[in-house]
Write a protein that binds this ligand. Structure first.
Ligand code: PEP
Length: 252
Protein backbone atom coordinates (compact mmCIF):
# COMPACT_ATOMS: atom_id res chain seq x y z
CA UNK A 1 0.00 0.00 0.00
CA UNK A 2 1.53 3.31 -1.06
CA UNK A 3 1.14 6.27 1.25
CA UNK A 4 -0.67 9.22 -0.42
CA UNK A 5 1.48 12.27 -1.03
CA UNK A 6 0.03 15.74 -1.57
CA UNK A 7 2.47 18.54 -2.39
CA UNK A 8 1.89 22.25 -2.94
CA UNK A 9 4.10 24.11 -5.40
CA UNK A 10 3.85 27.82 -4.58
CA UNK A 11 5.90 28.80 -7.62
CA UNK A 12 7.08 32.46 -7.63
CA UNK A 13 4.36 33.62 -5.24
CA UNK A 14 4.24 34.82 -1.62
CA UNK A 15 6.35 37.09 0.52
CA UNK A 16 8.10 35.57 3.52
CA UNK A 17 5.29 36.76 5.80
CA UNK A 18 2.53 35.42 3.51
CA UNK A 19 4.30 32.06 3.36
CA UNK A 20 4.67 31.92 7.13
CA UNK A 21 0.98 32.78 7.59
CA UNK A 22 -0.07 29.92 5.28
CA UNK A 23 2.28 27.52 7.06
CA UNK A 24 0.84 28.51 10.45
CA UNK A 25 -2.72 27.94 9.16
CA UNK A 26 -1.82 24.55 7.65
CA UNK A 27 -0.04 23.49 10.81
CA UNK A 28 -3.19 24.21 12.82
CA UNK A 29 -5.11 21.80 10.57
CA UNK A 30 -2.45 19.12 10.08
CA UNK A 31 -0.26 19.27 13.16
CA UNK A 32 -0.40 15.52 13.25
CA UNK A 33 -1.74 13.79 10.18
CA UNK A 34 -1.20 10.14 9.55
CA UNK A 35 -3.22 9.60 6.38
CA UNK A 36 -0.90 11.24 3.85
CA UNK A 37 2.42 12.98 3.43
CA UNK A 38 1.83 16.73 3.16
CA UNK A 39 4.52 18.81 1.51
CA UNK A 40 4.71 22.54 0.84
CA UNK A 41 7.09 24.20 -1.62
CA UNK A 42 7.50 27.92 -0.89
CA UNK A 43 9.92 30.14 -2.83
CA UNK A 44 13.58 29.95 -1.74
CA UNK A 45 13.39 33.17 0.27
CA UNK A 46 10.74 31.73 2.59
CA UNK A 47 12.10 28.19 3.07
CA UNK A 48 13.94 28.64 6.36
CA UNK A 49 11.19 30.67 8.03
CA UNK A 50 8.50 28.25 6.91
CA UNK A 51 10.62 25.40 8.20
CA UNK A 52 10.76 27.08 11.63
CA UNK A 53 6.95 27.01 11.65
CA UNK A 54 6.39 23.41 10.53
CA UNK A 55 9.42 21.80 12.16
CA UNK A 56 7.47 19.97 14.88
CA UNK A 57 4.48 19.07 12.69
CA UNK A 58 3.72 16.41 10.13
CA UNK A 59 4.11 18.88 7.25
CA UNK A 60 7.33 18.64 5.23
CA UNK A 61 9.25 21.19 3.20
CA UNK A 62 10.14 21.11 -0.51
CA UNK A 63 12.22 23.37 -2.72
CA UNK A 64 11.14 24.02 -6.29
CA UNK A 65 14.50 23.53 -8.00
CA UNK A 66 18.19 23.12 -7.26
CA UNK A 67 21.62 23.11 -8.86
CA UNK A 68 23.56 19.84 -8.66
CA UNK A 69 26.87 21.02 -7.20
CA UNK A 70 27.25 21.10 -3.40
CA UNK A 71 28.89 24.54 -3.45
CA UNK A 72 31.09 26.72 -5.62
CA UNK A 73 31.25 29.68 -7.97
CA UNK A 74 27.77 29.30 -9.48
CA UNK A 75 26.29 32.77 -9.10
CA UNK A 76 22.55 32.78 -8.61
CA UNK A 77 22.20 29.04 -8.00
CA UNK A 78 21.19 27.17 -4.87
CA UNK A 79 22.78 23.92 -3.73
CA UNK A 80 21.54 20.68 -2.15
CA UNK A 81 23.53 21.48 0.99
CA UNK A 82 21.80 24.85 1.29
CA UNK A 83 18.35 23.34 0.82
CA UNK A 84 19.05 20.67 3.39
CA UNK A 85 20.30 23.34 5.76
CA UNK A 86 17.01 25.24 5.24
CA UNK A 87 15.05 22.14 6.24
CA UNK A 88 14.00 20.70 2.88
CA UNK A 89 13.13 17.01 2.68
CA UNK A 90 11.95 17.11 -0.96
CA UNK A 91 13.06 18.94 -4.11
CA UNK A 92 10.87 19.36 -7.20
CA UNK A 93 12.99 18.68 -10.27
CA UNK A 94 12.21 19.20 -13.96
CA UNK A 95 8.95 21.09 -13.52
CA UNK A 96 7.50 21.91 -16.95
CA UNK A 97 8.02 25.63 -16.29
CA UNK A 98 11.72 24.94 -15.80
CA UNK A 99 11.88 22.76 -18.90
CA UNK A 100 9.91 25.05 -21.20
CA UNK A 101 10.67 28.56 -19.91
CA UNK A 102 14.26 28.01 -18.78
CA UNK A 103 15.26 25.29 -21.25
CA UNK A 104 16.13 22.64 -18.66
CA UNK A 105 17.13 19.38 -20.33
CA UNK A 106 16.63 15.75 -19.29
CA UNK A 107 20.39 15.52 -18.77
CA UNK A 108 20.26 18.38 -16.26
CA UNK A 109 17.25 16.77 -14.61
CA UNK A 110 19.31 13.59 -14.21
CA UNK A 111 22.21 15.45 -12.57
CA UNK A 112 19.85 17.23 -10.22
CA UNK A 113 17.98 14.06 -9.28
CA UNK A 114 21.23 12.28 -8.42
CA UNK A 115 22.40 15.23 -6.34
CA UNK A 116 19.11 15.39 -4.41
CA UNK A 117 19.42 11.69 -3.54
CA UNK A 118 23.10 11.99 -2.70
CA UNK A 119 22.25 14.64 -0.11
CA UNK A 120 19.55 12.53 1.49
CA UNK A 121 16.50 14.34 0.14
CA UNK A 122 13.73 13.04 -2.11
CA UNK A 123 13.35 14.29 -5.67
CA UNK A 124 9.88 14.83 -7.12
CA UNK A 125 10.60 14.40 -10.83
CA UNK A 126 8.09 16.03 -13.14
CA UNK A 127 7.32 14.53 -16.54
CA UNK A 128 4.55 15.23 -19.00
CA UNK A 129 3.68 15.83 -22.61
CA UNK A 130 2.69 19.05 -24.37
CA UNK A 131 -0.69 19.32 -26.08
CA UNK A 132 0.68 18.93 -29.62
CA UNK A 133 2.65 15.87 -28.53
CA UNK A 134 -0.53 14.31 -27.11
CA UNK A 135 -2.52 15.25 -30.23
CA UNK A 136 0.17 13.67 -32.42
CA UNK A 137 0.01 10.40 -30.48
CA UNK A 138 3.47 10.93 -28.96
CA UNK A 139 2.52 10.93 -25.26
CA UNK A 140 4.07 7.58 -24.37
CA UNK A 141 7.20 8.30 -26.41
CA UNK A 142 7.69 11.66 -24.63
CA UNK A 143 7.16 10.12 -21.18
CA UNK A 144 9.54 7.27 -21.92
CA UNK A 145 12.23 9.67 -23.15
CA UNK A 146 11.93 11.94 -20.11
CA UNK A 147 12.03 8.96 -17.75
CA UNK A 148 14.86 7.07 -19.42
CA UNK A 149 17.08 10.16 -19.59
CA UNK A 150 16.02 11.61 -16.24
CA UNK A 151 16.67 8.32 -14.42
CA UNK A 152 19.78 7.35 -16.40
CA UNK A 153 22.31 5.18 -14.54
CA UNK A 154 20.24 5.00 -11.37
CA UNK A 155 19.86 1.82 -9.32
CA UNK A 156 16.50 0.31 -8.36
CA UNK A 157 16.99 1.15 -4.67
CA UNK A 158 17.37 4.84 -5.60
CA UNK A 159 14.44 4.82 -7.99
CA UNK A 160 12.27 3.31 -5.24
CA UNK A 161 12.84 6.44 -3.11
CA UNK A 162 11.89 9.01 -5.70
CA UNK A 163 8.48 10.47 -6.46
CA UNK A 164 7.33 10.96 -10.04
CA UNK A 165 4.82 13.68 -10.87
CA UNK A 166 2.91 13.19 -14.10
CA UNK A 167 2.00 16.70 -15.18
CA UNK A 168 0.56 17.05 -18.69
CA UNK A 169 1.78 20.51 -19.73
CA UNK A 170 -1.61 21.38 -21.24
CA UNK A 171 -3.27 20.94 -17.83
CA UNK A 172 -0.90 23.09 -15.75
CA UNK A 173 -2.42 26.38 -14.67
CA UNK A 174 -4.99 26.15 -17.46
CA UNK A 175 -8.00 24.96 -15.48
CA UNK A 176 -8.08 21.97 -17.86
CA UNK A 177 -7.56 18.78 -15.85
CA UNK A 178 -6.81 15.43 -17.43
CA UNK A 179 -9.79 13.16 -16.89
CA UNK A 180 -9.16 10.53 -14.23
CA UNK A 181 -8.99 7.97 -17.06
CA UNK A 182 -6.43 10.00 -19.06
CA UNK A 183 -4.32 10.45 -15.92
CA UNK A 184 -4.60 6.77 -14.99
CA UNK A 185 -3.53 5.73 -18.49
CA UNK A 186 -0.34 7.81 -18.17
CA UNK A 187 0.34 6.67 -14.59
CA UNK A 188 -0.09 3.02 -15.56
CA UNK A 189 2.34 3.52 -18.42
CA UNK A 190 4.88 5.09 -16.05
CA UNK A 191 4.53 2.29 -13.49
CA UNK A 192 4.87 -0.36 -16.19
CA UNK A 193 7.97 1.40 -17.51
CA UNK A 194 9.49 1.40 -14.01
CA UNK A 195 8.64 -2.29 -13.65
CA UNK A 196 10.28 -3.11 -16.99
CA UNK A 197 13.49 -1.34 -16.01
CA UNK A 198 13.74 -1.70 -12.23
CA UNK A 199 11.52 -4.67 -11.33
CA UNK A 200 8.17 -5.34 -9.69
CA UNK A 201 9.11 -4.26 -6.17
CA UNK A 202 10.34 -0.83 -7.26
CA UNK A 203 7.26 -0.34 -9.44
CA UNK A 204 4.91 -1.27 -6.62
CA UNK A 205 6.64 1.08 -4.17
CA UNK A 206 7.28 4.19 -6.25
CA UNK A 207 4.74 6.95 -5.75
CA UNK A 208 3.32 8.73 -8.78
CA UNK A 209 1.53 12.05 -8.31
CA UNK A 210 -0.80 13.72 -10.78
CA UNK A 211 -0.44 17.46 -11.38
CA UNK A 212 -2.46 19.82 -13.52
CA UNK A 213 -5.32 22.00 -12.27
CA UNK A 214 -6.03 19.79 -9.25
CA UNK A 215 -8.87 21.30 -7.21
CA UNK A 216 -10.98 20.27 -4.20
CA UNK A 217 -13.67 19.09 -6.64
CA UNK A 218 -11.55 16.72 -8.75
CA UNK A 219 -8.99 15.26 -6.35
CA UNK A 220 -11.15 12.40 -5.03
CA UNK A 221 -11.83 10.99 -8.50
CA UNK A 222 -8.17 11.25 -9.40
CA UNK A 223 -7.11 9.53 -6.18
CA UNK A 224 -9.60 6.72 -6.84
CA UNK A 225 -7.45 5.60 -9.78
CA UNK A 226 -5.23 2.61 -9.10
CA UNK A 227 -1.93 4.19 -10.07
CA UNK A 228 -2.48 7.73 -8.77
CA UNK A 229 -0.82 8.09 -5.37
CA UNK A 230 -1.16 11.80 -4.81
CA UNK A 231 -1.08 15.24 -6.35
CA UNK A 232 1.33 18.06 -7.08
CA UNK A 233 -0.84 21.14 -6.72
CA UNK A 234 0.07 24.57 -8.06
CA UNK A 235 -2.55 27.34 -8.06
CA UNK A 236 -4.93 25.70 -5.60
CA UNK A 237 -2.16 25.28 -3.01
CA UNK A 238 -1.76 29.06 -2.72
CA UNK A 239 -5.06 29.32 -0.89
CA UNK A 240 -5.18 27.68 2.53
CA UNK A 241 -8.83 26.64 2.36
CA UNK A 242 -8.59 25.00 -1.04
CA UNK A 243 -5.34 23.19 -0.16
CA UNK A 244 -6.85 21.95 3.10
CA UNK A 245 -9.92 20.72 1.20
CA UNK A 246 -7.74 18.99 -1.40
CA UNK A 247 -5.82 17.14 1.32
CA UNK A 248 -8.98 16.11 3.15
CA UNK A 249 -10.72 15.00 -0.06
CA UNK A 250 -7.64 13.08 -1.16
CA UNK A 251 -7.86 10.72 1.79
CA UNK A 252 -11.65 10.34 2.00
C1 PEP B 1 2.15 22.77 -10.88
O1 PEP B 1 2.61 23.89 -10.77
O2 PEP B 1 2.87 21.79 -10.70
C2 PEP B 1 0.74 22.62 -11.20
C3 PEP B 1 0.26 21.42 -11.40
O3 PEP B 1 -0.01 23.79 -11.30
P1 PEP B 1 -1.61 23.91 -11.30
O4 PEP B 1 -2.13 23.03 -10.19
O5 PEP B 1 -1.90 25.36 -11.07
O6 PEP B 1 -2.10 23.42 -12.63
Amino acid sequence: MRRPIIAGNWKMYKTIQDAVDIAVALKRKFYTFSEADIIIGPPFTALAKVHDVIIDSSIMLAAQDMYWEAEGAFTGEISPMMLKDAGCRYVIIGHSERRHIFGETDEEVNKKVRAVLKHGMVPIICVGEKLDERDNGMMFEVLEKQLSRGLKDMAAEDVMRIVIAYEPVWAIGTGRTATPQQAQEAHEFIRNYIERLYGKETASKIRIQYGGSVKPGNIAQLMAQEDIDGALVGGASLDVNSFVEIINNAVL
